[in-house]
Each structure stands twice: as C-alpha cells, then as structure tokens.
Ligand binder design. Sequence first.
Ligand SMILES: [Zn+2]
Length: 123
Amino acid sequence: MTYAPQFKDKTLDELKAMETKCAARTGVLADPIMLNILQMEIASRQGAAGELPLYTHDCTCCTFLGRFDWTGDTYDLYFCPQIEFPTVIARYGDEGWEYTSGMESDHPALAEARARAEKAGLL
Ligand SMILES: [Zn+2]
C-alpha cells in the first residue's frame, strides 16, 4: 500500500535512494518534512522484517507491520491511526471485507499486530 500518493509509482529501491539523498540534505530533497514522508512511505511498504503485503489494502493511512502466519492462513498486519480511534487490522484476503480489526480483540493475529505496533512506537 502507499502512504504518500505522490510516490506511488516509485519502487522501494528508488524511495530508499531518495531517503538517502534527503537525509544528506542535498539538492531538491533537502526538506525534513519530505524526509519524514519518505520514511513513512518506506515503512508502510515493508514490514518490520522487510516483507511486502500479500493482499490489496486500500487504506492510505495504515502502516504495514509485516505478515503473520496462524493455523495455515497468512495475515497482513496493519496499524491504522484513524483520528481518535487507532486500531490494528489483520487482512486475510484481497476483498474489502476480508479483514478483522479491533484493539480489544483476542484474535492471535490482532494481538500480534498490537505487539508489533507497540514495539514500533505507534501505540
Ligand atoms: Zn488505515
């Protein structure tokens, strides 16, 4: 998924090259806000383990937290900040409804998502 729509056509490697230039404060990328946006974009595309999401997910504010395998299914885990109601999401298919979510849920995929979001400093 994409955090910043202006970068949707860039590959992860291109984004990382831009981040390097931006962090070095050279040329047109010498902008701390742009650096933050680039880092969010990179983080949203790769989980903690450098994985990519398995399924389509169209929320632009979610941060991808990596994949999680449980009882033969693979889940894509996300943290969604939503205004005032942050939550975690575990997606198991491409269809819009193929996910479960909730901060209070005891679903193992959501418990894992909460733990990863906390570790990443998102909660
Ligand atoms: Zn979201």
